[in-house]
Design a binder for this molecule. Structure first.
Ligand SMILES: Cc1cc2nc3c(=O)[nH]c(=O)nc-3n(C[C@H](O)[C@H](O)[C@H](O)COP(=O)(O)OP(=O)(O)OC[C@H]3O[C@@H](n4cnc5c(N)ncnc54)[C@H](O)[C@@H]3O)c2cc1C
Length: 476
């Protein structure tokens, strides 16, 4: 009997899992699965304890779902990628594995690990890997000259063209296999990782993810364009934690969207197209990361921006992290992040812009902090978002476009509903004063238990423009 081993990594689901599906396609094969936790490596990559806890909760459910189908999921923990490869090679030998199946990861260390593994197994185990976490494989959407697009809009156009020509159907969960499951190594009660802080409402499991996806596509997606920028409204899908760990696939998202809105590709003014557009941003950043691996090493896309003289004031960084900058929309955003591990996209843009362009802190400090807190932390999307906000990325906001945090707040949280939810100390401040509460407090002769703005936005804007322009001229 042949033995197939599925190595689960960032694909914690049993439906529409390409590697798992391929491993199960031979009805006579013995199919085993394995997950290897590498806490030290995760710490080095600043993975949030919340995300580790979310992975753990999802892994337990995957183990159970696989066991019900006669597929034992083994668990192993080791320090880092190198030792995980050694262990896996020995495990393949011990279990007499004929074929190894896995879904590709695109980060530079992960790719190096997989190459190393395939070399070690060469001639002993046949390795099959799959592009599973994207609608279209990296490298498959290129300019006429065969290059990766650097600008999003033409990428999207070419992407949609390719999408219509591609088979992106979702795959079913494997059928129950006979042959009896082997005893399995139980997943421990928790990973050996720092304890997770409280988290937003993200029930574990692919069923929960699919349920959320169905509801969103049926009931909310039509209003996406009107609501997606308003943090006081739950107008986005909140599916990012599931997509980030592979409890949900982008094919499942696209197919569900198309089932509810069959005209999605033809109607570019629709909410459905607007939502698909965000899924394509996700693809864009991943495709970029493969084309430009230096992004994984946190290199800016635009070289000269590396010469910006950041002030890197540690007190400013700390005030930003704690949600104590005196700018209500920024502080409410940071407290949402700190208390739930998730932040609304508009607020990620505002708070990132504030750190970089009002406080002149190197964007990489913000990128790291987000990663250490986000339950949906994803290297490509996080790096892409930070480089966009910092004007260091390809197709980023130009450096002279600097969000005014007060007018952003007025525009996207006009009544201050979101702000009051996260800053209870501003509960009594009326709507028309919520974005500049100290002005109101002064008129009322009241003292607020809320910090004064740590910088003057007008001055900070000028300082930032000067810093970017000096770097651009090569003065540093
Ligand atoms: C500074 C910054 C950091 C970010 N860090 C991350 C991160 O670590 N992980 C992450 O998943 N997203 C990140 N984003 C993108 C975006 O903010 C989140 O994906 C989104 O807020 C998740 O909420 P949602 O699931 O309700 O999104 P929806 O609006 O429902 O969008 C659907 C899905 O599309 C993807 N998506 C949406 N917007 C983007 C985007 N701008 N770039 C890439 N993918 C997108 C996500 O997978 C999301 O779940 C970041 C954005 C910025 C500006």
């Amino acid at each position: 009997m042949t033995t197939h081993l599925v190595w689960l990594r960032n694909d914690l689901r049993i439906t529409d899992n390409k590697a798992l599906h391929a491993a199960c396609s031979d009805p006579d094969a013995r199919v085993l699965a394995v997950f290897i936790a590498t806490p030290q490596q995760w710490l080095q990559h600043e993975m949030a304890p919340r995300q580790a806890a979310f992975i753990h909760a999802n892994l337990l459910l995957v183990q159970q779902a696989l066991a019900e189908r006669g597929i034992p999921l083994g668990y192993h923990q080791c320090d880092d990628f190198a030792t995980s490869v050694d262990w896996l090679v020995a495990y393949c030998e011990q279990e007499q594995v004929d074929r190894l199946f896995y879904n590709r990861q695109y980060e530079i260390n992960e790719r190096g690990r997989d190459q190393g593994l395939e070399q070690c197994l060469s001639g002993k185990v046949i390795c099959q890997s799959f592009d599973d976490s994207l609608l279209l494989p990296p490298g498959s959407v290129r300019t006429g000259g065969g290059e990766m697009y650097k600008i999003y809009t033409p990428f999207r156009k070419a992407f949609i063209q390719r999408l219509t020509e591609s088979d992106v159907r979702s795959l079913p969960a494997p059928k129950t296999r006979c042959g009896g499951a082997l005893p399995i190594t139980a997943v421990p009660e928790a990973f050996n990782y720092p304890p997770a802080e409280a988290m937003g409402d993200f029930p574990a499991g692919e069923e929960a993810a699919l349920q959320r996806l169905r509801t969103f596509c049926r009931e909310q997606v039509q209003d996406y364009l009107e609501q997606r920028d308003l943090p006081a409204i739950a107008g986005t899908s909140s599916l990012s934690p599931y997509l980030a760990i592979g409890a949900l696939s982008p094919r499942q998202c696209f197919n569900r969207l198309r089932a509810e809105c069959p005209q999605v590709l033809e109607n570019s003014d629709s909410g459905a197209f607007g939502w698909l557009n965000e899924l394509i941003w996700r693809e864009f950043y991943r495709h970029l990361m493969v084309a430009y691996p230096a992004l994984c090493r946190h290199r800016p896309f635009i070289d000269w921006t590396d010469k910006v003289r950041w002030q890197n004031n540690p007190e400013f960084l700390q005030a930003w992290q704690q949600g104590a900058t005196g700018y209500p929309i920024v502080d409410a955003a940071m407290r949402q992040l700190n208390e739930t591990g998730w932040m609304h996209n508009r607020l990620r843009m505002i708070s990132a812009s504030f750190l970089v362009k009002d406080l002149l802190v190197d964007w990489r400090a913000g990128e790291r902090y987000f990663m250490s807190k986000l339950v949906d932390g994803d290297l490509a999307a996080n790096n892409g978002g930070w480089q966009w906000a910092a004007s260091t990325g390809t197709d980023a906001a130009p450096y002279f476009r600097i969000f005014n945090p007060t007018t952003q707040g007025e525009r996207f949280d006009p009544q201050g509903t979101f702000i009051r939810k996260w800053l209870p100390e501003l509960a009594d401040v009326p709507d028309n004063a919520i974005h500049q509460p100290h002005r109101w407090a002064e008129q009322q002769q009241r003292v607020l238990d809320y910090p004064l703005p740590i910088v003057d936005h007008k001055q900070a804007r000028l300082d930032t423009l000067a810093a970017f322009e000096a770097a651009k001229r090569g003065e540093y």
